[in-house]
Design a protein around this ligand. Structure first.
Ligand SMILES: Cc1cc2nc3c(=O)[nH]c(=O)nc-3n(C[C@H](O)[C@H](O)[C@H](O)COP(=O)(O)O)c2cc1C
Length: 240
């Protein structure tokens, strides 16, 4: 593909076909991602690649945790606290998500994006169950046959976050160029312990984000969603 066509056609994919991704293809994509720039070439990231049975089993474990905490959230307060303490399903990720409202204009953008996605899926605003089910699909990676988990070394502070973001974008563009789809997933940072069971995560590395990888399901309307991007005017800070 022409490079700008790759850039412009990449969109988050939230329905994958069951077509497997060959190991060589995964490796080629990762080799492209490795070419990314990083601060002083520190490359303070590592990835854990879950495919085959590992992907399926991990997905089921994450999904079961999601259902557990979802149920706990609906309990009356004293029971909620007790269940939270005993459930072993409470999020144990390395970076806590922003809970509640996002600050300022970011909340408006978040809401607009969520609404656009639910409209595409035909989910009504008040249909909590359908929204929860849509959210649940994150944990089985939207049926993708591969899930990639990105870890950073926190000793590199904010540069590790910048570097890992650039690396993830390289990975996603390389995948797009090969006809594959991706969805970066902050939701996959909620639990770290299920990953410990499958991967020997080097000491000190922190889970920052996950990413679903696979061939897009052709006839699924969710993949047609095109959220609005900034205009040039909104992006550029005006000169004095
Ligand atoms: C760091 C990060 C975390 C994200 N987490 C999720 C997620 O947990 N679930 C999800 O469905 N999409 C997630 N996304 C995808 C965004 O919603 C998506 O990138 C945004 O709406 C713009 O759409 P586009 O990727 O199709 O351009 C995430 C994206 C980024 C960059």
């Amino acid at each position: 593909m022409e490079f700008s066509a790759v850039l412009r056609s990449r969109r988050s994919i939230r329905a994958f076909s069951d077509r497997p991704v060959q190991k060589d293809t995964i490796n080629d994509i990762l080799l492209d991602a490795i070419e990314s720039p990083s601060s002083s070439n520190t490359q303070p990231y590592k990835v854990a690649v879950a495919d085959g049975d590992t992907c399926k089993q991990l997905g089921q474990e994450l999904l079961s945790r999601y259902y557990k905490i979802n149920k706990i959230q609906r309990l009356p307060l004293p029971l909620k606290l007790f269940s939270a303490a005993t459930s072993q399903a409470m999020p144990d990720g390395d970076y806590k998500p922003i809970l509640g409202k996002y600050p300022g204009i970011f909340q408006n953008r978040r809401m607009a994006t969520g609404k656009g996605l639910y409209d595409t899926l035909g989910i009504a605003r008040g249909d909590k169950q359908a929204r929860d089910e849509a959210m649940a699909r994150n944990f089985t990676f939207f049926d993708a046959p591969v899930a990639i988990f990105v870890f950073i070394h926190p000793s590199m502070k904010f540069t590790a976050l910048v570097d890992s973001g650039i690396m993830m974008q390289s990975l996603m563009l390389s995948a797009t160029d090969r006809g594959l789809g991706t969805c970066p997933q902050g939701a996959l940072g909620m639990w770290r312990s299920p990953l410990e069971k499958y991967f020997d995560i080097p000491k000190g590395y922190k889970l920052v984000c996950g990413l679903a990888l696979g061939y897009p399901k052709e006839d699924d309307k969710v993949n047609l969603y095109r959220p609005e991007k900034l205009s040039l005017d909104e992006l550029i800070i005006v000169k004095k």
